[in-house]
Design a binder for this molecule. Sequence first.
Ligand code: SF4
Ligand code: SF4
Length: 356
Amino acid sequence: MNTKNHNQKKTRLRWDKKKFSLRIGTAITSAWRLGVQLGFVLTSIILGLMFANFVGAALSTTQGNLPERPPGVEGYLPISGFMGLVDWIRQGELNEVHPAATVLFILFILLSLLLRKSFCGWICPVGFFSEWLARIGQLIFKRNFRLPDWLDFSLRIIKYFLLAFFAWAILNMSADSLRDFIQSPYNKISDVKMGMFFLQMSGVAIGILISLAILSILIHSFWCRYLCPYGALMGLFSWMSPVKVRRDPVACTDCGICEKVCPARLPVDTKLRIIDPECIGCGDCVTSCPVPTALEIGVKKQALSPFQIAVMTLFIFFVGYFGARSLGIWQNNLSSDDVRYHINHMDGEEYGHPGR
Ligand code: SF4
Ligand code: SF4
């Protein structure tokens, strides 16, 4: 066997030009999905660097304008986004502390309503890294491990409990106390505190992250499947999505490949339609199916290709992004001096969580 073939077999990596798809481990992923995921991972890295530059400038200068704060980092503040939406509905105006968090929260819900949990399958960097950790597990162990059904079901409920807890806590706040929280010193720099949490992680936090990474290598998408309340929320909205995976039982040869590659462990090979909230709309089942007409993802009889899903996902995202910018509901209203003051005092008592 020549070196090239040996390496291909060893890494189980294959480009299929006809399908324009990439195989690593067991699943075939469309290159369009991979491209969109990598685009959002890269965007997150750039936003993180811009934000670090912004915070660094606030800490090291005493006057003058700060570099631009990238509001996109608020995509990592989903609870703030949820609070902002409830507050917007109650008060009739969007808060100016973290407006982008609410814009992105609404945008991702809209995506779930239209394109299933495409936020998890196409956009979320955590989902992307979880998938690739699982692929490392497939390369090492030739598979990902599956928990017994009773344990899998019990653990999957955790994310819904977490979601219910956050929803209960937010919806139970009065309109005034919700607005007070949003305007609190703590919330004004919650993005900075989140950044500091990752930059100055405690031993316990590092241990938890490493444990989650190891669990994600062993069990596909451990965090997403069992613990992520954001994914749980997106799943509930995705139930209403007109986009579904459909199987033609006449064309299907019952090979079972679609069920094996499904990251959500859904019984694609035995159902006529997949409407499960765990389906992330990745299309890996369709891309992997050896029979061209047996499986499709789309609306009624209109199948959607990975390219079309990629275009629709990006179109919705960028319409929301540019729309928010042009309406002036993207950047927050904190001046450079406000930011400098808050960041330089963030260890003070008034910057603790208001609910403590
Ligand atoms: S991969 Fe295709 S042919 Fe095989 S079971 Fe699934 S739908 Fe049927
Ligand atoms: S059913 Fe298909 S589209 Fe849905 S998560 Fe499984 S592989 Fe992805």
